[in-house]
Design a protein around this ligand. Structure first.
Ligand code: ADP
Ligand code: MG
Length: 207
């Protein structure tokens, strides 16, 4: 295998993407609220060169993780180090490291890659320590490294995630200063697949 290919293979492994789906695997026709041209432009990765952030907002199943991971894959293929985590896992890892006095070393996992993908922000509330670590990562990456973040919560409800509106404002301020938000409004793809498979039978179907 060529040296370049090996590097990309290694980076793919290290990135811990949940799947290797691409933008080509994404049916834009199913999700008309997404501006396909805009997403394809973002996948050219100029936002990374400018240390900008990308935020995908929307209800479950609309493709937030798919799009975030697909852009992550493009970034790896462009030879960038990428790291994917859920917000929950990241906080758990950091709290454990904190207890073992290894926080500075562990923080680097999230501050060093060219692109950090934080998935599922807002599914759980963060306590004070967790919110502090989160703030630290956002601050350290601010204007230095790109972040892609996905959330089912609109910005207005981020105060609830952090349990502190002042901290939420400080985090959002840095996160959104140089950023692109993609608001997805639509039906869950998972539910569509289930409907196709006949999981949800209407009374008429069962006749
Ligand atoms: P979310 O993160 O918004 O909850 P996901 O990105 O995990 O949703 O999408 C759920 C599943 O449906 C994944 O397997 C994803 O690949 C697939 N999916 C979602 N939207 C689309 C789409 N428009 N075209 C193709 N696959 C999709
Ligand atoms: Mg998801």
């Amino acid at each position: 295998m060529a040296k370049q290919d090996r590097l990309i293979q290694t980076r793919k492994r290290l990135a811990r993407l949940p799947f290797h789906k691409t933008l080509e695997d994404f049916e834009f026709s199913f999700q008309p609220s997404i501006d396909e041209k805009r997403v394809r432009e973002l996948a050219i990765l100029r936002f990374m060169g400018h240390q900008e952030n990308l935020v995908f907002l929307g209800p479950p199943g609309v493709g937030k993780t798919h799009l975030a991971a697909a852009i992550g894959l493009d970034a790896i293929n462009a030879r960038h180090p990428v790291y994917f985590t859920t917000a929950h896992d990241m906080i758990q890892v950091l709290e454990e490291a904190h207890h073992r006095n290894q926080i500075h070393k562990k923080l680097q996992v999230y501050t060093k890659p060219d692109l950090l993908i934080i998935d599922e922000m807002g599914y759980r509330r963060m306590d004070e320590t967790a919110a502090h670590f989160f703030f630290q990562i956002i601050s350290e990456r601010y204007e230095k490294g790109a972040i892609i973040l996905t959330s089912n919560k609109s910005y207005g409800s981020w105060g609830e995630i952090f349990g502190d509106s002042v901290l939420a404002t400080a985090i959002l301020d840095r996160l959104l200063h140089h950023s692109h938000t993609i608001n997805i409004k639509g039906e869950s793809y998972r539910i569509r697949e289930k409907k196709k498979a006949g999981f949800f039978k209407t009374p008429r179907d069962s006749k």
